[in-house]
Design a protein around this ligand. Structure first.
Ligand SMILES: CC(C)(COP(=O)(O)OP(=O)(O)OC[C@H]1O[C@@H](n2cnc3c(N)ncnc32)[C@H](O)[C@@H]1OP(=O)(O)O)[C@@H](O)C(=O)NCCC(=O)NCCS
Length: 157
């Protein structure tokens, strides 16, 4: 088994979005909104969630990395830099279901943290849903400490 992490190219965004929508069922605010309010504006939660990847790419294309497992892309992470604040943020991270449990997720986080350090940043932030047990295990064991909890609300207009 070989794991390689490298910068993504724009042509891989559709693949990254496909990994995103297959991965975030039950563990994303967008899915939670749809479960409570139904489909909105003619688009399901997957359409909405996939747009986050476009936003991450627009914010920092150099901070989108893919993980290859034995030569095939099986996961990704996005890393956004706020140099003035000294802050790196990881908005999105996913590994395709069949490749999980082999260390790709942890390796992607370590890669993003090394990227932030190389940029001279002082701290990094990441969020997870309370419904996501993996995040609540993986992030503390990757060096993150819990700093607060947020509740997301939505209403129909
Ligand atoms: C989160 C995710 C990227 C992890 O990817 P992965 O490649 O399976 O991660 P790893 O193999 O590096 O394993 C990470 C750790 O999580 C642990 N883990 C896995 N499933 C777990 C679970 N259900 N509960 C608690 N810990 C769990 C593993 O044991 C491992 O810890 P270890 O290294 O001490 O053994 C992947 O599960 C995923 O894509 N999930 C859906 C999308 C998602 O939740 N993204 C993050 C949003 S905050």
């Amino acid at each position: 088994m070989s794991i390689r992490i490298r910068p993504a190219c724009e042509a891989e965004l559709d693949l990254i979005k496909a990994i995103t929508v297959e991965s975030f069922g039950g563990v994303s605010v967008d899915h939670g909104i749809e479960q409570q309010l139904g489909v909105l504006a003619g688009h399901d939660w997957k359409w909405r969630k996939a747009r986050h990847i476009d936003a991450d790419w627009a914010a920092n294309p150099a901070g989108v990395f893919v993980a290859e497992l034995d030569g095939s892309v099986a996961g990704y992470i996005t890393a956004v830099v706020d140099s003035a604040a000294g802050r790196g943020r990881i908005p999105n991270l996913a590994v395709t279901a069949s490749a999980r449990g082999r260390g790709l997720g942890r390796a992607l986080i370590e890669h993003a943290l090394a990227y932030f350090r190389a940029k001279g940043l002082e701290f990094a932030v990441i969020e997870t849903m309370a419904s996501n047990p993996v995040g609540q295990s993986l992030y503390p064991s990757s060096g993150f400490v819990e700093v607060g909890r947020q509740i997301h609300y939505a209403c129909r207009l």
